[in-house]
Design a protein around this ligand. Structure first.
Ligand SMILES: Nc1ncnc2c1ncn2[C@@H]1O[C@H](COP(=O)(O)OP(=O)(O)OP(=O)(O)O)[C@@H](O)[C@H]1O
Ligand SMILES: [Mg+2]
Length: 312
C-alpha cells in the first residue's frame, strides 16, 4: 500500500528573473517501509520536493497538485495540523548538519527541544529521551556528549545527531536529504549502516547524489532531471537495465566506471527547452526529441521512463 502518493506536483518560485519551475508535474508514490531514492544533478529540484512535502517553503513558492499521506492531502492540512504531522509522522533530516544545528545550543538541548515541542514531555524526560537517542545512534558517552556544543562534533557525529533528532519522535516516514554528504568513505559506510538499521520498518525518501549510497539503501530509485522524473524502477532494474540516456550517463559517471561526466549543463528552470529537457546533452537525440516532450511510459517490471528511444 502507498503511504505517500504525490500526484502532479508542481512547485514554482517567483524570482526577479522569472518563475523558477523547480518541481514540474511530478508523480511519485512511496510504499509502507520502502526506501525510495531520489537522484539527480545539483539544482534539479530534489530538496524542493522534500520541503514541499513538509510544507517548509518560503512565501515566494506556489504549489499545485496533491500530496496524499495515508490518503490525506497534506497541501490542504492547516498549519497547526501540519505541525503535528511534522512532529509525529513525517521527519526531515536536512541537507546540511552544520547549518541545521544551532551553534549556541548544547546538542542534547536541541534534541530535547524537538522532543518537548512535539511529544509534550517535561524538561527532564525530554533530556533523558535525547540521551537515549544519542546512544541509539552510537554516540559514546551520550550523557556527557549531550552537554557539548555542535562545534565539538565531527561531520559524521553531527550527522548522527541529525539522525537522532529526526527519529526522536518515531516518525513513520522520513525524508533524508543527502545524509552522507561530505563524509569520508569509512564514516559514510557507518552512517549508511546506521540509517538502514534505524529505518528498517519505516518508509523513507532518500535524496542523494550518491548512487553507491542509493544502491545500499533503496528499494526503488528515481532519476530526476530539470524539475521532472525521467526514470524510476526497482533498484536492480536501474543498475542492470538503465533505459534513459541520462541514467546511463549518471551510472557512467560513477568512480568505478571511470568518472565520465555527462557533458553539458542542465537547462534553466525558468525557460525549459522545447522537446525533451535532456536532448541537448543526449547522444541519441533525434528531431522528435527536439520538438516533443516525452511522457513517462511503463516498460514492465515497474520500470518507467521518459524517453522516445528507450530500449525495452
Ligand atoms: N527559495 C527559492 N527561491 C527560488 N528558487 C529556489 C528556491 N529554492 C530552490 N530554488 C531553485 O530550485 C531549483 C531546485 O533546487 P533544489 O535545492 O531542490 O536542488 P537539489 O536537486 O536539491 O540540488 P542539490 O543536489 O545541489 O542539493 C534550483 O534551481 C534552485 O535554485
Ligand atoms: Mg538539495
Amino acid at each position: 500500500m502507498n503511504l505517500l502518493e504525490i500526484i502532479n506536483l508542481t512547485t514554482h518560485f517567483q524570482t526577479p528573473d522569472g518563475i523558477v519551475q523547480a518541481v514540474d508535474k511530478i508523480d511519485l508514490s512511496i510504499r509502507e517501509k520502502e526506501t525510495f531514492g531520489l537522484i539527480g544533478e545539483t539544482g534539479c529540484g530534489k530538496t524542493v520536493i522534500g520541503l514541499t512535502i513538509m510544507r517548509l517553503l518560503p512565501p515566494t513558492a506556489t504549489v499545485g497538485g496533491e500530496i496524499l499521506y495515508n490518503g490525506k492531502n497534506l497541501l490542504e492540512v492547516s498549519e497547526t495540523g501540519m505541525r503535528k504531522i511534522r512532529g509525529e509522522e513525517i521527519a526531515i533530516i536536512l541537507q546540511n548538519p552544520t547549518t541545521s544545528l544551532n551553534p549556541v545550543l548544547k546538542v542534547g538541548e536541541q534534541i530535547a527541544e524537538a522532543i518537548r515541542l512535539h511529544q509534550g514531555l517535561n524538561k527532564h524526560d525530554a533530556k533523558k529521551k535525547a540521551i537515549e537517542m544519542l546512544d541509539s545512534v552510537r554516540i559514546s558517552s551520550p550523557s556527557r556528549r549531550a552537554n557539548e556544543y555542535p562545534h565539538k562534533f565531527s561531520g559524521g557525529m553531527k550527522q548522527r545527531v541529525m539522525i537522532a533528532m529526526g527519529l526522536a519522535c518515531d516518525p513513520s516516514f522520513i525524508i533524508a536529504d543527502e545524509p552522507t554528504k561530505g563524509l569520508d568513505v569509512t564514516i559514510k559506510a557507518q552512517i549508511v549502516e546506521l540509517m538502514k538499521e534505524m529505518t528498517e520498518h519505516k518508509a523513507m525518501l532518500l535524496i542523494t547524489h550518491d548512487l553507491g549510497v542509493a544502491a545500499e539503501m533503496c528499494d526503488r530509485i528515481a532519476l530526476m532531471y530539470a524539475g521532472e522524473l525521467v526514470e524510476y524502477a526497482p533498484l536492480d532494474e536501474i543498475f542492470e537495465k538503465p533505459l534513459h540516456p541520462y541514467t546511463i550517463g549518471f551510472l557512467n559517471s560513477l568512480p568505478k566506471k571511470g568518472l565520465v561526466p555527462i557533458p553539458g549543463m542542465s537547462p534553466s528552470l525558468i525557460n525549459f527547452p522545447d522537446g525533451c529537457r535532456f536532448h541537448s546533452r543526449c547522444d541519441y537525440a533525434t528531431g522528435e526529441c527536439k520538438q516533443k516532450h516525452p511522457d513517462m511510459v511503463e516498460m514492465g517490471n515497474g520500470h518507467f521512463v521518459r524517453c522516445f528511444h528507450a530500449r525495452s
